[in-house]
Design a protein around this ligand. Sequence first.
Ligand SMILES: [Zn+2]
Length: 73
Amino acid sequence: MLLGNCTTATRSISEQLDRPLTRGQRVRLRVHLLACRGCRAYASQLATLRLATRIVSGQSDVGATSTSNAAPF
Ligand SMILES: [Zn+2]
């Protein structure tokens, strides 16, 4: 399972919004996102949702580096 699977990938996508991933997790997630359009879309939607939630709740840490490894669209 070189590229990992979508269950692991989506879990990592969620986790990276709350805490830094390990180096191994980041590498696996990045490789998976390169290969999996579905998980790229999930990552994008989740990041947008989190951003919107933060804006609505008045938090000002928008632009945190935790999403900087998201794949380009
Ligand atoms: Zn996937």
